[in-house]
Structure formats: C-alpha cells, structure tokens
Write a protein that binds this ligand. Sequence first.
Ligand SMILES: Cc1ncc(COP(=O)(O)O)c(C=O)c1O
Length: 411
Amino acid sequence: MTNWKLAARADKMNPSVLREILKVAERPGVISLAGGLPSPATFPVAAFAAACATVLANDGAAALQYAASEGYGPLRQAVADMLPWEVDPAQVLITTGSQQGLDLVAKVLLDAGSRVLVETPTYLGALQAFSPMEPQAVAVASDDGGVMVEDMVARARGSAGEEAARFIYLLPNFQNPTGRTMDEARRAAVSAAAAAANLPIVEDNPYGDLWFDEAPPLPLTARNPEGCIYLGSFSKVLAPGLRLGFLVAPKAIYPKLLQAKQAVDLHTPIFTQRMVCEVIRDGFLERHVPTIRALYKRQRDAMVAALRREMEGLDVSFELPVGGMFLWARMPAGIDTTALLPLAVERGVAFVPGAPFHADGHGDARTLRLSFVTASVEQIDIAIAALAATLREQLAHNAAAQVQRELAAAH
Ligand SMILES: Cc1ncc(COP(=O)(O)O)c(C=O)c1O
C-alpha cells in the first residue's frame, strides 16, 4: 500500500462533527428534525422542467459551453436588482452555493494563525470552510440579539502583540443554528463599531427572504458596502441541489475572489445559471417565496404549539424564530443533548445537539437545534411528543441515579 504523505492542512479537514453525530439519525422510521434541508414541497420542479427545455431550445450550445468566471451577465444583473442597496453587477460574483463563497473568502483573507471572529454559536459549515486556512476562530459573546458590540470590538483588536482580526463572520437573519435575528439598533451599532475598528464584515444571508410576519431590517452590507462582503444563496428560495449562490464584494477585493474562484472551478455551471435566470424572469420569486414563508410559518407554529403542549412542566426554554428554518431550545438541568440523541433516535426522533456549534468548544450541552421545515406538521407533532417522552425518561433515570448516589454517600 502506498504510504501517502498528506499536507498539514489535510489534518485540519475534519469530517463535519454534525455529519458524524447524525449518522445515528439515518435509521428508517426516524423523523429527523436535525437536517438543514429545505422542504422538498417548495421546489418548483415544473418551472425548472419548462426552463430547462427553453434554455436548451434557445441557447443550447452556449448553455453547454465554458463560460465567464464572474457568472452569467443577466443573472448578475438580476442579483444586483434583487438586493436592497445600490449594487453594481460588476461587484456580483456567482458562486457554486454560498458555501463556495465562504471558501473563497477564507482563501483570500486568512493566513495560518489569522484571527477570524464568529458568533456564539455559529454555522458549522463556515468553521469547516475556514479551517483549511488554519486560522484561529475566535468566539465573540452573543445574546438573543446576536453578536455583542463591546466584545466584538475588544476581540477585533486582540491582546498585545496580536494582529487585528481579519474579519467577523455574521448571520444577522434567522441565524443557523439559533434562528435569532439582529434588530435594527444592534445592526446600526455593529456596523458603526466594525467600521470604526476597521473590521471587515462577512455577512451570510441565506435565510433573509424566509421571514414570517415582517421583513428583517436592512443587511449590514447595505449600511457600509465598502466594509463588507455579502453572501447570498438560491438554495433556500429555489432549491439547494442547484448549488447556486453569489457574493457581493467591494471592487478593491473582487478580483482576488474571482481569481480564487477560477482556481477552484473555473465557473459555476452555466446551464444552471441560465436555467435559474429563465425561472426567475417575470417576478417568479415574488410569487414563489411567499408560499415558502406561509408553509414554514405554519410548520414553526406547529412546532411551537407541540413544544408548549408536550414539554409542559419541564424546564425547557426556546427562542421564537421569526423566520428561517431553525428553532434553538434548551433542555432541563442534567440533560446533555449529545447523550440524549441516541435515546431520542430509539424513540423515533432526531435533532442536532447544540454544543458543536461553538467555536470555542464551550458550548452549552443542554442546547439543541430543531428544524421545523423538513418534517410535515403531523410528523412534527409525533416527533416532539417522542422527544418529550425521551426527556421524561432521562430525567427519571437521572433522579433515580441521584437517589442511589445519596444513599451510597449516606452509608
Ligand atoms: C448559514 C449558512 N450559510 C451557508 C450555507 C450554504 O448554503 P449553500 O447551499 O448556498 O451553499 C448554509 C446551508 O445550510 C447555511 O446555513
């Protein structure tokens, strides 16, 4: 057998902790509230079938040819038109999912040892995208309203002798994993403080369109476009299998991101880009996205109602998400959600333990993330009842163990 010598960076490429944890959830019959999968009921299959035929009939050869690394011109224009601030399409780079945007940003902005600031908790996929560059991910204190300004500024500067942080990675809308949203006042404060501290912001906004009652405040990038890179995605408003996203970058840094992209995949599949352009022509998203919002809101309501009903009398708390796909909950004292997961799977429900989402390794073991969009309302009811039963059983077990310990101590 060949004794392969791997690059040092390969050591940093760990399997997603979540993927490992979730293998246990792959059992047939288990209702998964774990994955981050959009509801397949929202995928506009017929619109894609029609668009696919049109693109092949009208531009078949061009759709199958190599294309520009920046992306398909009309799609870059459509993205610029969609965004709520003045965007020059020349600043739009079409990416192979916003996950690729994270990879490009890391390649262009991070050296080994660079400090990158992240929320507590944060999107694991971002930590995974950054880690091959061997940076130091620094967790900034966060509350229900997102990242806390004072701690952000202190950590941006670093301690004596440390280089300033290269950027802060933020998810102001319906964050993954907590579902939380940054309000207007916090956005204004974060934006002003980051600009004053010369701290670039990488703003990731794949869920921003999935609001339930009112649209979230303006993105951070809209307030200071020169100080921010903005990442967007078609995964949650059309379909994730397209692998289609985009970034908007200041003109000074755009060429570097473009060169990084060229090295990775030359360009994002042009067939897909042309097809999406065809689908979203004539205001399709304005008609389609409200149907996703309505569906996800119904499912969120079902989950919240089920939690209130089934967790009655248990010390379970959760944040009410006002958009997106996720609900973040905290279990009673004595519950470690990583240990709880296999027991819950036995009873037919899977969730994601919360601790791994923390860059500093000090996650709260009582937290977990539930997705309310992949399972149906009926399944949500069954799954939350199963979760409550698992919790009650585990609490009873803990109480019995405590009595045993006390008895043993008394003897
Ligand atoms: C916060 C966040 N950023 C980026 C992504 C990646 O999305 P995409 O499908 O556009 O690559 C996800 C996917 O779940 C996500 O939750």
